[in-house]
Design a protein around this ligand. Structure first.
Ligand code: DGP
Length: 132
């Protein structure tokens, strides 16, 4: 599946949003649901998803209303404060598409913290492209 494919209502996060699958809920309001990542990469690893059908960050940025965009990003901030990582530092990540290894095609933001994170944003490719 690509990020240009239409939204698939059977994706795992859509099913969590509908209550068909369980999650460890951290926060919920009219704009967003936040729950613990099933494969945490740090003591705090929460996924924040919008309550709407958006395939990826690009889809959300292009199509979500201003009210939804503001409400969603405020929810991300609330999750960081609620989990306490605002005090120690945290990283927010949204993987878009194949090169970023997006595996669930419902837009989500990872809130990662609770330990010292790598100074590298992500693994570098084995060989950097030649620039000259
Ligand atoms: P990505 O699409 O690469 O940004 O990562 C998706 C994340 O979703 C990954 O860290 C694992 C997590 N995940 C996948 N399936 C489930 C699930 O059923 N429940 C929860 N809580 N997390 C999931």
């Amino acid at each position: 599946m690509t990020t240009t494919a239409p939204y698939d209502k059977t994706n795992i996060f859509a099913r969590i949003l509908r209550g068909e699958l369980p999650c460890k809920k951290v926060f919920e309001n009219e704009f967003a649901l936040a729950f613990e990542d099933i494969h945490p990469s740090a003591p705090v690893h929460v996924l924040v998803i919008p309550k709407g059908e958006f395939v990826s960050f690009d889809d959300f940025a292009a199509k979500a209303s201003e009210v939804m965009q503001a409400g969603f990003w405020r929810a991300v901030g609330t999750v960081a404060r609620q989990t306490g990582v605002d005090k120690t530092g945290y990283r927010i990540v949204a993987n878009h598409g194949a090169d970023a290894h997006q595996i669930v095609f419902h837009f989500h933001v990872h809130v990662i913290g609770g330990r010292q994170l790598s100074s590298k944003m992500a693994n570098m490719p084995k060989e950097l492209p030649q620039t000259a």
